[in-house]
Design a protein around this ligand. Structure first.
Ligand SMILES: NC(=O)C1=CN([C@@H]2O[C@H](COP(=O)(O)OP(=O)(O)OC[C@H]3O[C@@H](n4cnc5c(N)ncnc54)[C@H](O)[C@@H]3O)[C@@H](O)[C@H]2O)C=CC1
Ligand SMILES: O=C(O)C(=O)[C@H](O)COP(=O)(O)O
Length: 345
């Protein structure tokens, strides 16, 4: 069997070589010619998985080791009997940690008490619900918006989009969708941007396109935090120059998340081909207990990982893709022993 794998997939050799010959390439370079005689395709977010890539190939299984689905034409896969698995939730804790760590840093910069702020979370799935749980632990009041969940689960505590947008801190965690009853493309647009004002902290760690950047660049906010952009890696430099954090789509890039993305696809692949899982793969990340020296929350979170370094690293946007492909090691909070309680859920 032949597997073609994005070389940014965590531990691709240790994890996937039990299935056959592994060929790797940068995700953006995987093309119809390279997949043609392969049986399995494993990607992250940079490969467009569609008819143009797969028609006439031998691919029987596609695994995506990330949460977003906008790079995959799932209808094409279904109609052509190609098995698809996506590692939903693999990086949700990493994104929640990114948002909380940034809020704590902004509280210090602007001298506000985060317990007196409201946090509007738009999209309350794997990321949004973990973020909400961490915010609750810290005593931050959340305003949750997710009309799909509200409709399906009849949740009484959810709010309308306009209410979530009027929070002090507004953060998007929806997929990028263009159709259905609740498309998220330009969810923050001409008609509702007036809720965002000079006191708002606005995050996009979901996907470029969820917020209309043409309007965003003309809107005065307290701070912008932008991890996901329209037209990556050719990002909007007006927004980049003024954002508190302008990072290269790395909110989900913890070691744990990358491992979990690969591992979840591995489990699905074992099931698909009826192969037994190798026990040792579960132990591929094991940094032991990591000790923190700091004695307050802000310093502890920055000692774990200071996200400001990611903004500095892409001041020259030519570094956008290189930096994210060679991202520093960042472990999630549960690995650390801290003198001050961390909001771990
Ligand atoms: N910056 C990064 O590194 C990362 C970005 N992402 C992005 O974040 C998105 C969310 O990730 P997860 O929470 O894991 O996905 P998820 O599928 O678990 O949750 C998404 C939630 O958004 C809701 N939703 C969909 N359309 C909506 C709308 N119009 N308004 C409000 N809510 C809506 C859904 O009902 C669902 O509950 C991913 O699709 C991906 O695009 C995910 C992980 C890492
Ligand atoms: O899971 C998602 O969705 C993401 O946005 C990933 O963190 C993106 O990872 P890359 O494949 O772009 O490294």
């Amino acid at each position: 069997m032949k597997l073609i794998i994005d070389d940014a997939c965590y531990a691709y050799d240790e994890i996937f070589s039990q299935f056959g010959k592994v060929i790797t390439m940068a995700g953006r370079d995987i093309n119809a010619k390279s997949v043609k005689d392969c049986d399995v395709l494993i990607v992250r977010s940079r490969t467009q998985v569609n008819q143009a890539l797969l028609e006439g190939s031998s691919i029987k299984f596609v695994g995506s080791t990330v949460a977003g689905l906008d790079h995959v034409d799932q209808d094409y896969l279904k109609n052509n009997d190609i098995e698809f698995f996506s590692a939903q939730g693999c990086n949700s804790m990493a994104v929640a940690e990114f948002v909380i760590s940034t809020i704590i840093n902004l509280a210090e910069k602007h001298k506000f008490n985060y317990q007196q702020k409201t946090l509007g979370i738009i999209g309350v799935g794997n990321v949004g619900s973990r973020l909400a749980a961490k915010a609750d632990l810290l005593g931050i009041k959340t305003l949750l918006n997710d009309p799909i969940r509200q409709h399906n689960e009849n949740l009484g505590n959810f709010v309308d989009l306009d209410i979530a947008l009027s929070a002090d801190i507004v953060t998007f965690h929806t997929p990028l969708t263009f159709d259905g009853q609740y498309p998220s493309y330009k969810l923050l647009n001409q008609a509702n941007f007036h809720h965002i004002n000079e006191q708002t902290i606005l995050f996009n760690a979901a996907r470029g396109g969820v917020i209309d950047e043409k309007i965003w660049e003309k809107t005065q906010t307290l701070e912008n935090v932008i991890d996901c952009w329209e037209n990556e890696p050719n990002i909007n430099q007006n927004l980049q120059k003024t954002a508190y954090l302008a990072s290269p789509h790395i909110a989900g890039h913890s070691v744990d998340a990358k491992f979990m993305g690969s591992f979840m696809v591995y489990e699905a692949l074992c099931e698909f081909f009826g192969e037994k899982q190798q026990e040792n793969i579960k132990n591929l990340i094991n940094p032991g207990v990591l000790m923190l020296k700091s004695d307050n929350l802000l310093d502890s979170l920055n000692e774990i990982y200071d996200f400001k370094q990611d903004t500095i690293a892409i001041k020259n946007i030519e570094n956008f893709e290189i930096y994210r492909r060679n991202y520093p090691i960042r472990y999630e909070w549960p690995h650390y022993r801290s003198k001050t309680p961390l909001p771990i859920v």
